[in-house]
Design a protein around this ligand. Structure first.
Ligand code: ADE
Length: 225
């Protein structure tokens, strides 16, 4: 999979690419990530990419020109399955969207900054608008990383144990059951006996009941779905 991330502050993303799951996927050649600095596509000597909004609202808006130039240049080399704009007024990201996007080959993630981008970019270039939740962040860089992490861990070969990603919370609209490792007794706390029983059927039943109880308690909305 190829992911091109466009940002006004790509430096803020760079370090993360060299750690954890993203690093593993890149090293295995499963993921090719490229960062693109919007300021490189500015047409003025100050490398500015933003301007005041028409209509007199506060805040600054990313202009059309640098975004169009950047995306059109990328499109000369690659046909993209989705050009995604990270924005608090997009559809709310979830596991199903991560699953869907993990099946694509080429993605652009456009991180907004300041007050947002000119609507004409959204109208003409963007194919999907995604929010990571109902709160406003300073920019789309963290949301772009959130998306990329959630997508990349689903790519075949990235996580050694395929079952691990499939068992995640949300894959079946249930939260994951509690998990334990050695020692079986720590201070006065014992691991549930069933997990030590070796009885796989009973263990699966226990996990399912735990998942259900936890979901009922914390995320009733998932069960109602
Ligand atoms: N940019 C700022 N806030 C955001 C959010 N919640 N989701 C996606 N992009 C954003």
């Amino acid at each position: 999979m190829k992911i091109d991330i466009i940002s006004a502050v790509p430096e803020s993303i760079e370090e993360y690419l060299n750690h954890s799951i993203i690093k593993i996927a890149r090293e295995k050649g499963i993921l090719n990530v490229k960062l693109h600095n919007l300021h490189d596509f500015s047409t003025n000597k100050w490398r500015r990419i933003d301007d005041y909004p028409f209509g007199g609202e506060p805040g600054m808006i990313i202009q059309c020109e640098p975004v169009f130039s950047c995306i059109e240049k990328l499109q000369e080399q690659t046909t993209y399955d989705e050009i995604i704009y990270l924005t608090p007024d997009g559809e709310v990201f979830n596991q199903q969207i991560a699953n869907e996007l993990s099946l694509k080959n080429n993605l652009i993630l456009l991180a907004g900054h300041y007050k947002g981008i000119d609507q004409r970019v959204r109208d003409r270039l963007i194919t999907r608008e995604i929010s990571i939740g109902d709160y406003v962040l300073t920019g789309g860089e963290l949301p772009a990383l959130v998306l990329m992490d959630a997508i990349v861990r689903l790519l075949p070969g990235v996580i050694g144990d395929v079952g691990s990603a499939l068992n995640d919370s949300f894959q079946d609209d249930l939260l994951e059951s509690p998990i334990y490792t050695r020692p079986a007794i720590f201070r006065d706390m014992e691991v549930p006996k069933v997990l030590l029983s070796g009885n796989h059927k009973e263990i699966e039943e226990w996990k399912y009941t735990q998942s259900l109880e936890k979901t009922k308690k914390l995320r009733k909305d998932l069960l109602e779905k």
